[in-house]
Design a protein around this ligand. Sequence first.
Ligand SMILES: Cc1ncc(COP(=O)(O)O)c(C=O)c1O
Length: 397
Amino acid sequence: MKNDELIESSQAVLAQTYGRLPVVLVKGQGCKVWDAEGKEYLDFVAGIGVCNLGHCHPKVVQAICDQAGKLLHVSNLYHIEPQIQLGRLLTKHSFADRVFFCNSGTEANEAAIKLARKYSQDHFGPNRYGIISLLKSFHGRTMASLAATGQDKFHKGFEPLMPGFKFVPLNDVEAMEGAITDSTCAVILEPIQAEGGVNLPAEGYLEAVRKLCSRRNLLLIFDEVQVGMGRTGKLLAYEHYGVAPDIMTMAKGLAGGVPIGAMLAREEVAKSFTPGTHAATFGGNPLSCAAGVAALRVTLEDGILENCQRSSAHFLRRLSDLQQKYPFIQEVRGKGLMIGMEFSREAKSAVNECLKRGFLINCTSDTVMRFVPPLIITPGEIDRLIAALDEIFSAWS
Ligand SMILES: Cc1ncc(COP(=O)(O)O)c(C=O)c1O
């Protein structure tokens, strides 16, 4: 079938929640995807930071095939081997002692919010439920994660929101301290804001927040849903800053393209989740966990982080060259292969221009382009995108 016919069917039957681009993708391999008419694209979106190992990584595919022939699903009424393996790997390579598995980023954040409230009730009594979040943050679309998200545009039409959330600007520790009351139990933040426009913490900010949380007995929750799994050149983004949270959430790249979510916590905090307090039917499903074990091993053992760091340096340099050339590029910023380019004009029209030329790119707002390619991207592939952008920008000048 052709792209157009499939798009017509898509518009007839699917909920219209997404502003989709006019293309149907049917196949992927490494950093490339193909549409229904066989056109090839170089992918700088990677499923919005999901396909960190590229499309259909052979070791992930093999793990899925092996597991699919063995056991697809039972229930968390029973112990599940791939879940244990993934839990062991995650706790070995992070601050955490325990993992709760679920199916998405928003669900992982719901679990984190519930655990923070439960821990606080267990240790400090009732009415200590408030959570401080950051402006421009994004934590998901279900009701608690939505309430935790510091962007009004996502709230509109869904009020009343779950109470208890306050928002302060990124990099303003004083504002955060000022927002703490007797009812505050936790702080939630992305170590690097992704959807909000690729916003980096200032030097010393995360350390100061960590100290503040410890001093005021607040739990610190890091949302690593988008920046975890090697995206920033380290397995977890917080490792760049020398601080550790009490609770952390992951999803996106964790299982190499298969749906998964995880909430990790220190032992003392995790203890507040006792049998019956929280659950997810598909959480820690054998298939997604087998994929997760393979994805995590490849990330740690196959030079993925090293390639991410190398390609990041090249990408940032080439984007800075474009910035020198075009005055409407205001800033290039990022860490690893989470890179944003901010414009003084709208940038969204470049998405379609790139698509025509065979590149998938994405904007986080009208004026910020976000590049989150697979971590296996090469300097040569980056140069091909840079040449296309150069052509598009020169037509804008
Ligand atoms: C930082 C962050 N947290 C949470 C989410 C929500 O994840 P999901 O779409 O898997 O529910 C996202 C999604 O973009 C995200 O970037």
